[in-house]
Design a protein around this ligand. Structure first.
Ligand code: NAP
Length: 327
């Protein structure tokens, strides 16, 4: 099959190689998926390709086919697999260790694979893995925003709302009933309003840089998707028991979190790490199927031009998701 891999750390898009490799074989608790679409995420290049996760054996060896988020059709079953059938349309998170998504076929674990409703496209399904699940889990599990509309008393700030995570997070927070303030660049203000945000700040203005709500609200939950900012940036804008969920944590986030724990601080900096699971992939698929959630697609590239998708992601200015389709 055709695949795109890298054989050394670093080198960004120029280091991606187009190769022919054997179709992987699904083992116990895995399915083999004929990939229709794969999405690219910041972690793929800035952590995995850069070699920052080497100590965790991510990747376990080189060469490595990167990417974790796919949608496609089940064409093979590992021994004893009965929960999926040949022909099922699925969305999957393959996991950072395994990667494998920039290829015509990929294996995916059962516990991070979900059936995809018929009316949910491959582009949607391939966008759920990291971006969709991160938006969902950061709001619901870390931020305590329920999706049933019962979070009407919550003020939520979402930074970098125009990104892959942010575009889902704005919509999910509104499903929860929260009042949503969002930050993005000037060119995306109308888009983010159309996704449901109540107020939108251009991050290049002084108010945007201060994260100051135009209506003077203090935030109960911040989903911070922009690059690291110290807790002091958020503090003046926070309600008494606020949580700042940091999707881009650094050592300083963990230090601040530790100090807050020791001092019983009421406002908290919470480092976030997404974790793939079938239920959340299925939930996202159902929300899209019911018309309650939509994927914002920045761009799609055929596998033969995957390095352009990589470059687009590295550029850091995509609006929504960057995807690779199998031509
Ligand atoms: P993305 O799609 O690449 O985000 C790009 C968008 O961010 C662009 O539209 C850009 O707008 C906007 N942006 C950049 N800096 C901004 C700022 N200071 N204020 C407002 N908007 C800004 O990224 P993503 O996939 O959404 O991921 C967001 C971050 O979360 C990444 O750093 C990623 O690594 C991290 N993440 C972490 C986890 C975890 O488990 N911890 C999971 C998922 C993602 P302009 O083009 O106008 O500049």
């Amino acid at each position: 099959m055709r695949a795109v891999q890298f054989s050394k750390f670093g080198g960004k898009a120029a280091a991606l190689e187009h190769v022919e490799v054997p179709v992987p074989v699904p083992v116990k608790d895995q399915v083999l998926v004929k990939v229709e679409a794969a999405s690219v995420n910041p972690v793929d290049w800035k952590a995995v390709q850069a070699g920052l996760l080497r100590l965790l054996s991510i990747p376990p060896k080189l060469p490595y086919v990167p990417g974790t988020d796919i949608a496609g059709e089940v064409v093979g079953l590992g021994p004893g697999v009965t929960s999926f059938a040949i022909g099922d349309k699925v969305s999957c998170f393959t996991g950072l260790k395994a990667g494998g998504s920039l290829a015509e076929y990929a294996v995916a674990p059962l516990n991070t694979t979900a059936k995809r409703p018929e009316n949910v496209s491959a582009l949607d399904g391939a966008s759920f893995g990291i971006a969709g699940q991160s938006a969902l889990q950061s709001l619901r599990d870390s931020g305590g925003i329920k999706l049933d509309g019962s979070s009407k008393d919550k003020n939520v700030l979402i930074t970098a709302a125009s990104g892959g995570v942010g575009t889902y997070a704005v919509q999910l927070a509104k499903l929860g009933g929260a009042h949503v303030t969002a930050t993005c660049g000037a060119r995306n203000v109308n888009l983010i309003k159309s996704l449901g945000a109540d107020e939108v700040l251009d991050y290049k203005t002084p108010e945007g840089a201060n994260l100051q709500s135009p209506s003077g609200r203090k935030y109960d939950v911040v989903i911070h998707c922009a690059d690291y900012q110290p807790f002091s940036t958020f503090k003046p804008q926070l309600a008494n028991n606020a949580k700042v969920i940091d999707l881009t944590p650094t050592g300083k986030t963990f230090l601040a979190t530790g100090i807050q724990l020791l001092t019983f601080a009421r406002q908290k900096f919470v480092p976030f790490l997404m974790s793939g699971n079938t239920n959340d992939l299925a939930l996202l698929g159902n929300l899209v199927s019911e018309g309650k959630l939509r994927t914002v697609v920045d761009s799609t590239f055929p596998l033969s031009r995957a390095e352009q998708a990589w470059e687009k992601q590295i550029d850091g200015h995509s609006t929504g998701k960057v995807l690779v389709t199998m031509d």
